[in-house]
Design a protein around this ligand. Structure first.
Ligand code: ADP
Ligand code: MG
Length: 674
C-alpha cells in the first residue's frame, strides 16, 4: 500500500467511514498517518482505585469479581455493570450499550481499565472505560475524534496504515541533516508518535516530527522568497522621497527615512520588492507608504493600498490624500458601501490609469477591477490578511512590488522566521515630541472618578475612547460590561456630553457614520468594542478608558492604547479591572510600566506564547500539525538554519529535490500561493 492511496484502501474503512475521516481532513493514508494524537493515555502506569485522581483518566488494573449484569433502562439503552477489585478496594464498572465488549469480560480474569474514576464516600465507579488485556500495557494514543469516529477506531486504522506502509515511507530529510541534528528516521518517528514504546521514544519521535515540520516551513519560505527574487518588478530609479519629505508638515524620523530608502533601493533593483514594514503603533507607517507610492505614481505607474476594514480605508484615504496633495497624485477610494455609480467611475478610472493610488478593502481583489499599470501593492495591518490574499492582489499587476505594513510588534528573530519570505524594515523610532501615554490600572470602584476625568477632557475640547469587551447583555455578565447599557449609564452620568457607540454587530454604513461623527468631533466620547483596535487615527482623542482590561491580551491592549497619544495633548490610558489573577495583574502592570511595543511583545511572548499574535492563523501561515511556535522556538531556529544551509548548498540531485518540494507543497497545500 502506498501512502498516497485513499483511506478506503485500508481494511475496515468503507465509504461511510471515509466520509467521517474526511471531516477530519483525512483523505489519504498519509493524511491519516499525520493525524497525530492529541494526547496519550498511559496504560503502563496503573494506580490503585483509592488513589485514582479525581475526574482524570487513569489506568486501573483489576480483577473482575462477577460477570457483567445486564439491565435495560429504557428502549435502546442497555447497561452492563460489574465489580472490579484491585486487591484492596472495589469499583463498579459500567458499560453503555456495549454488548460486544461486555460479552468478552469474564469473572475471575484481570484486565486494564482506562478512564476517569468517580468516587464518593461509599463507592468508586468507572463509566465506559476502555478495557484491555493485561499484557497490553503501553502508552496509547488519544485522537481528536469526530461524529462517527472514536479515538479507538482511529487508532486501529492508524495501526493498519502503519503496518501496511512499513518499508515504503521514504524519508524526505536529507541524511546529512538527520545526522547533524540527531534526528530519528521518519518511519520510526511515525510509529512512536502514534504508539510510543515508552516516554523516551515519544520524545525522540516528536522531536523529529517537529523539526521536519518547521524545516519544511522554512524551506517553503526560502523557495517563495527566491521565486520573488526571480521575479522582475517595474524598475523605478527616480527617488522622489526627498521632495516628498520636504512637503511634509513634519520632519521624518530616521527610521522612516531608512524604511523609505530600503524600499527605493528595492524599486530600483529590477526585482519585485517583497518587504515587511514593521512599526509600532504611531511610528508613522502611513507616511512611509505615501512616500513610496509617491515615487511609484510619479514614475507613471499605479499603486494600490489594501486594508482590512472600511473605516480604515476611509481613514487612509483622508490621510494619504492630504499627504499627497502637493504631489498631484490622484488618490481614490473603493469600498463596497459606495454608490454603484461612484464605484463604476473609480473602476473605469483605475482601468484607464487616471487613478494613480487606489485605496480600499478586499473589494480591490474583485475580478471586475482592472488596473492599467499597477506596480506597487501595499497591504496595511497584514496580520489580518493571509499569504493568499496578498498573492491575489499581486496577481493583478505584472508582478508588482509588494509592501506589507504591520503594527504587530514581533521580536525581530521571530519576525524573520515567520515572515521568512519577506525582507524586513523596522520603524524602531517614534516621531519626536511623542509623549508617553500615562497608564493607570484601577479597580472598578474608581469608575466614577474615571468618568469625571472624561468630563474634564471634553470640557478642554478633547475626545475620549471607552473600550468595552462586550456588546449585549449575556447571562451572568454585569450589565455595566455590556456596551449598550454602558452608553446609557455614561450618558446619564455626563449630561450634555455627546456619546456614540460602535460595535461589531452594527452594519458597515452605521459604523462609518458613527466613526465619521467622532473624527469630525460631533461625538466627544466613543464607546466601542474592539473594532477601533487597528489603525484609526484621531489625534484629538487623548483619553482611553478600557473596561474589563484583564480580558485583553497584552498585544491587544497595546494596539488599543496606540489610538491615543497621537496629538499634542498629554494622553492617558486607564485600565479598569477587578481581576485578581497573577497573570492578568502582571499584564496590566507591564502596560503601566512601558509604552514600548517590542518590550510588550517580549513580555507577551513570555506570558502567553505567540498564540496571541498567531492565534486564529491570522498570520496566513500554513497550519502546523505538531510544532508549537511558542514551545518549539529553539527548534525553529535550528530548522531555519538547516533549511538555509541546504538552500545555500543547492544542487541536490533531482530525486531528492523533488522529494523536498513535495513536502513543501504538502505543508503549504491549504495556503493558496500563486
Ligand atoms: P502608524 O504607524 O500607527 O500607522 P500613523 O502613520 O498613523 O502611524 O502616524 C501616526 C501619527 O503620527 C499621524 O498623525 C502622523 O501624521 C504622525 N507622524 C508620522 N510621522 C511623523 C513624524 N516624523 N513626525 C511627527 N509626526 C508624525
Ligand atoms: Mg497605521
Amino acid at each position: 500500500m502506498r501512502p498516497t492511496d485513499p483511506i478506503t484502501a485500508l481494511r475496515g474503512v468503507g465509504a461511510q467511514r471515509a466520509k467521517w475521516f474526511a471531516q477530519l481532513d483525512i483523505r489519504t493514508v498519509w493524511d491519516l498517518l499525520r493525524h497525530y494524537p492529541r494526547q496519550y493515555a498511559d496504560w503502563s502506569q496503573t494506580v490503585p482505585i483509592m488513589q485514582a485522581p479525581l475526574d482524570t483518566p487513569c489506568c486501573v488494573r483489576g480483577t473482575v469479581l462477577s460477570d457483567p449484569a445486564e439491565r435495560r433502562i429504557r428502549a435502546g439503552m442497555v447497561l452492563y455493570t460489574f465489580p472490579v477489585s484491585d486487591g484492596e478496594s472495589c469499583m463498579q464498572v459500567t458499560l453503555f450499550n456495549n454488548r460486544f465488549l461486555a460479552a468478552r469480560i469474564r469473572a475471575g480474569r484481570e484486565y486494564l481499565f482506562y478512564g476517569p474514576v468517580k468516587r464518593d464516600f461509599f463507592r468508586a465507579e468507572m463509566s465506559s472505560p476502555q478495557i484491555a488485556e493485561v499484557g497490553r500495557a503501553h502508552i496509547r494514543p488519544v485522537y481528536r475524534q469526530t461524529q462517527g469516529l472514536t479515538s479507538v477506531m482511529i487508532e486501529s486504522a492508524v495501526e493498519t496504515a502503519l503496518r501496511e506502509t512499513a518499508g515504503q515511507l521514504t524519508d524526505p530529510l536529507p541524511p546529512g541533516i538527520r545526522q547533524q541534528y540527531k534526528l530519528c528516521g521518519r518511519e520510526y518517528a511515525l510509529h512512536h508518535i502514534h504508539f510510543p514504546a515508552d516516554p523516551a521514544a515519544l520524545q525522540i519521535a516528536r522531536r523529529r516530527l517537529v523539526f521536519e515540520e518547521l524545516f519544511f516551513l522554512q524551506l517553503g519560505m526560502l523557495y517563495m522568497r527566491r521565486r520573488s527574487r526571480d521575479t522582475a518588478g517595474a524598475v523605478i530609479t527616480q527617488d522622489r522621497s526627498e521632495e516628498f519629505f520636504a512637503r511634509l508638515p513634519f520632519t521624518p524620523t530616521g527610521a522612516q527615512r531608512r524604511a523609505v530608502a530600503d524600499c527605493m533601493a528595492d524599486l530600483a533593483g529590477g526585482i519585485a520588492m517583497n518587504r515587511l514594514i514593521q512599526g509600532d503603533v504611531g511610528s508613522g507607517k502611513t507616511a512611509v507608504a505615501a512616500a513610496v507610492a509617491d515615487s511609484v505614481c510619479r514614475a507613471g505607474y499605479q499603486a494600490a493600498l489594501m486594508v482590512p476594514t472600511e473605516i480604515l480605508a476611509r481613514q487612509h484615504y483622508t490621510d494619504l490624500s492630504a499627504l499627497l496633495a502637493g504631489s498631484g497624485v490622484t488618490v481614490e477610494l473603493l469600498v463596497s458601501s459606495m454608490k454603484a455609480a461612484d464605484k463604476r467611475r473609480v473602476r473605469e478610472q483605475t482601468a484607464d490609469g487616471t487613478v494613480q493610488l487606489l485605496i480600499g478593502t478586499q473589494a480591490l481583489l474583485s475580478e471586475q477591477l482592472q488596473f492599467n499599470r499597477l506596480a506597487l501593492v501595499i497591504t496595511d495591518e497584514q496580520h489580518r490578511f493571509g499569504v493568499g490574499q496578498r498573492a491575489g492582489l499581486s496577481g493583478k499587476g505584472n508582478c508588482p512590488h509588494v509592501m506589507v505594513m504591520s503594527a504587530t510588534p514581533i521580536p525581530r528573530t521571530l519576525a524573520l522566521m515567520i515572515y521568512g519570505d519577506l525582507d524586513l524594515s523596522v520603524l524602531d523610532e517614534l516621531p519626536p515630541g511623542r509623549r508617553k501615554v500615562a497608564t493607570y490600572a484601577v479597580g472598578s470602584d474608581k469608575r466614577m472618578r474615571a468618568w469625571k476625568y472624561i468630563r474634564k477632557h471634553v470640557d478642554a475640547g478633547l475626545q475620549a475612547y471607552v473600550v468595552c469587551p462586550l456588546v449585549e447583555d449575556e447571562e451572568g455578565e454585569s450589565s455595566l460590561s455590556s456596551a449598550t447599557a454602558y452608553v446609557k449609564e455614561l450618558t446619564d452620568a455626563l449630561p450634555g456630553v455627546p456619546v456614540g457607540l460602535l460595535h461589531g454587530r452594527m452594519k458597515a454604513a452605521e459604523k462609518e457614520r458613527v466613526m465619521a461623527d467622532f473624527v469630525a468631533g460631533r461625538l466627544a466620547v466613543l464607546v466601542s468594542t474592539v473594532v477601533i483596535e487597528v489603525g484609526v487615527n484621531v489625534p484629538n482623542a487623548a483619553l482611553m478608558l478600557i473596561e474589563n482590561a484583564e480580558r485583553f491580551g497584552l498585544a491587544q491592549l497595546h494596539q488599543l492604547r496606540g489610538r491615543v497619544g497621537r496629538g499634542r495633548a498629554a494622553s492617558t490610558c486607564i485600565l479598569i479591572s477587578d481581576a485578581q489573577g497573577e497573570e492578568a495583574k502582571r499584564r496590566l502592570q507591564v502596560m503601566c510600566q512601558t509604552n514600548d511595543g517590542f518590550r510588550i511583545a517580549d513580555e507577551d511572548l513570555k506570558l502567553r506564547g505567540p498564540g496571541d499574535f498567531f492565534g486564529n492563523r491570522q498570520h496566513g501561515l500554513p497550519a502546523l500539525r505538531i510544532a508549537d511556535l511558542a514551545a518549539d522556538m529553539p527548534m525553529l531556529q535550528q530548522a531555519r538554519q538547516a533549511a538555509e544551509d541546504l538552500f545555500r548548498a543547492g544542487a541536490q540531485d533531482d530525486g531528492q529535490k523533488e522529494a523536498l518540494l513535495r513536502e513543501v507543497r504538502l505543508l503549504f497545500a491549504d495556503t493558496p500561493m500563486n
